[in-house]
Design a protein around this ligand. Structure first.
Ligand SMILES: [Zn+2]
Length: 251
């Protein structure tokens, strides 16, 4: 059975206000299991049109941006780091994410995220010598990544939309994981006297993307510093320990 997007988003609103799946089911006359599915992010969404929700003017699909899973936030980080969209015939777009072949774990996670965000699209992988490219086609990619535009990301403004910020503010850890998996690393900083501390760095040509990285750090209370060039560091012991909980070294 399908339900209108209004009912889905109303259920999510009620859940945010603290209602349980049972209470929401009772109020909206819905099976509890259905509501529970929605609350766990299994709402009909992402291009799966359902009655009651107007089709997207751009792709014709129906979007529930606010209901996108945390995997979307990580994919957003990967997209901002090393992803791009290109237009193909009949309004179809190709999302490409380039990943270092040294880190098969990062690649697997990226594949999982792409599948979860766009389950109807076939995922493809092409291997080059030292790197991989993951790609999939959908008319909806530019709706999910409205940062798409002509030219390189560092040559144009990159701003997140309000709904993207809402998702990021719920899961800044996933954004940082995606950003650090693409354009960051954890390394050992050493100095005179033999001291040595782990440290994270993030490096992206786009000032806007660096600002997004720093904003996500601040959401988690992580202190960041910047060097004379375009690298951002997270170096304090407690902050590195926190990042280790949800990023860690790339695998
Ligand atoms: Zn759309």
């Amino acid at each position: 059975m399908t339900h209108s997007g209004d009912v889905v988003s109303h259920s999510l609103d009620l859940a945010e206000e603290g209602c349980s799946a049972t209470e929401i089911g009772r109020m909206l006359r819905l099976p509890r299991a259905t509501v529970r599915d929605w609350l766990h992010g299994r709402a009909p969404r992402r291009g799966a049109p359902y009655p009651g929700l107007l089709g997207c003017a751009q792709c014709g699909g129906a979007h529930d941006f606010e209901g996108l899973p945390p995997a979307y936030v990580q994919l957003l980080g990967l997209y901002l780091g090393d992803g791009c969209l290109s237009a193909h015939p009949r309004g179809v777009f190709k999302l490409r994410i380039s990943l270092d072949a040294c880190y098969p774990g990062v690649m697997e996670e990226c594949e999982d995220a792409m599948r979860e965000v766009m389950p109807r699209s076939r995922l493809n992988r092409v291997s080059y010598c030292t790197w991989f490219e993951l790609y999939s086609y959908s008319k909806s990619w530019p709706c999910l990544f409205p940062q798409h535009g002509p030219g390189k990301k560092h040559d144009r403004p990159i701003r997140l939309t309000a709904w993207q910020w809402r998702l990021v503010s719920k899961r800044p850890d996933r954004l940082l994981r995606g950003l650090l998996h693409s354009d960051g690393c954890r390394f050992r900083n050493t100095g005179r006297g033999g001291w040595s501390h782990p440290r994270y760095s993030f490096d992206n040509k786009s000032l806007d993307i660096r600002v997004i990285f720093c904003a996500a750090c601040e959401l988690l209370g992580l202190h960041w510093t910047t060097s004379a060039n375009r690298t951002i560091y997270v170096s304090r012991k407690d902050d590195v320990a926190l990042l280790d909980l949800f990023v860690g070294p790339k695998r």
